[in-house]
Design a protein around this ligand. Sequence first.
Ligand SMILES: [Zn+2]
Length: 582
Amino acid sequence: MENYIVSARKYRPTAFGTVVGQQALTTTLKNAITTGKLAHAYLFCGPRGVGKTTCARIFAKTINCLSPNGEREACGVCESCKAFDEGRSYNIHELDAASNNGVNEIRDLIDQVLVPPQIGKYKVFIIDEVHMLTPAAFNAFLKTLEEPPAHAIFILATTEKHKILPTIISRCQVYDFNRMEVSDITNHLKNVAALEGITYEEEALGVIAQKADGGMRDALSIFDQIVSFTEGNITYDQVIKSLNVLDFESFYKVADLIIDKKIPDLMLELNSILQKGFSAQHFMGGLASHFRELLVASDERTLSLIEASENVRQRYAQQVKRCKPAFLYRALKICNDCDMNYRTSRNKRLLVEIALIELAQATEEGSGVRPKTALRPIFKATTQKVAAAQPKAPQTPAPKIQTTTIVTPPKAVSTTVSTTTTPTFKGKPQTFSLRGGLMPQQTKVSQEATPTTPTTPVITEVRPFSEHELQHEWRYFLNKLPREYIATTGRLKNIEPKLVKEWTGHIVFESQPVADCFLAIKSQMLDFMRTRLRNAEVDFTFEVEALSEPTKIKTPREHWKELLQHNRMIQRLQKALGLEYY
Ligand SMILES: [Zn+2]
């Protein structure tokens, strides 16, 4: 049996030029070498398997090379290079701090630092996982790190930069290694496959690269596994099967079912995915990413942002032709909501199923098919109490619908509203800035809004929007209200304004107190809506739906009084006999 070497070792880069995906960093290191401006300590930070140790070794080899070539790389033929390549160089010392993290190991290292190199100019000390050193070891090391002999160079590597003491960081030149791009890894895998004489499907390598999550070492060890599993012929199906990943195809299929509103098939598909052992949350996360990619694919210019093979990109571009942008926004929102509620949900599967159904219904944008949130009955109960507390003249039956339409002219907002009732809200709105709270998320909007005074945004355009967008902003605004408005939010959240004519939302309130709540925040709401929807003519009209007289249980005394009122014979009888109800 021939000597088998894993790919991660066999194809480990031996020169800066062959390091994958860290171009900027290797160039800086090479420049430092040519100009002779070497620091005595470096700190390499970054996730695992992205080339920290590899770069440290190449660096050590290159600075010790006796005759570096024109490309500023190690020659590979001089005595020093040979010693490096054969692993017998005394100029490189590696300490794995994960297992050698005590004071004694560091003292041994310090002893070695003092001995000058036999061949070459520098001794390089690589301390891997340096954050694992004990505090005592760190302290023992600090002095040497600060004033090392001229021939010593330290390269500290860590995956967790935040655990490194500031005193260490300030003594090092820091290099941050990036996670590798999927395309970089895929290309490298292609090269390795070609060198090894392995046939492959490009999508299959893409899946491996994605699974490795930016780490080349992981990618190569997955690659090795797959090679032995598939006997040198890597196909997409086999990769999916052996890695047990939820792949593009599954999400593509689910998205198709959603677009076609095939809810029973969706349920079956979800079931089969769960049976394969995937968690429902993982699935929803993947689906959200799928919709994100679709959104990106909807524009030719952003298509290249999708980290996938050309083939897959084109399939995204194809599928997005079947979706409206509004649907994609809504879909992302639904996926996100589901994700947020997942942890607290008792029936997680049901939650995901509901989300899928909502997604399928969201394709019919604005048709009102989407089920309303189920808080309405509770809401009704409280308003009845309020209505009952207000005395009403019994003789005059209230008209079924009492319409108060207030049309506020665009832009002159505050005048009509500030004169209205509810003293509790008066003056309060000035104490918070909705726009301020929204700035981080909506940079585009805030750029438009900031140059003016904080209360009146200058929106002059009249951008068309859908009823759905209006309702979305309505809820968004209410959710953003400060805590003291919690009652307002609660009352208004389940009401949905309807877009009756161009840019005017119409709201039906169930009682006057609810309408008053709305009036108290109307001007802020309008400002907000106009900015967010980029439409200066947004306005609201509303009406108050009178409740039918609540049926009240009468006491015997009330019965008596009613009888007296309506029946003259009883009135006479009462007078004649001097009757009184006790
Ligand atoms: Zn050399």
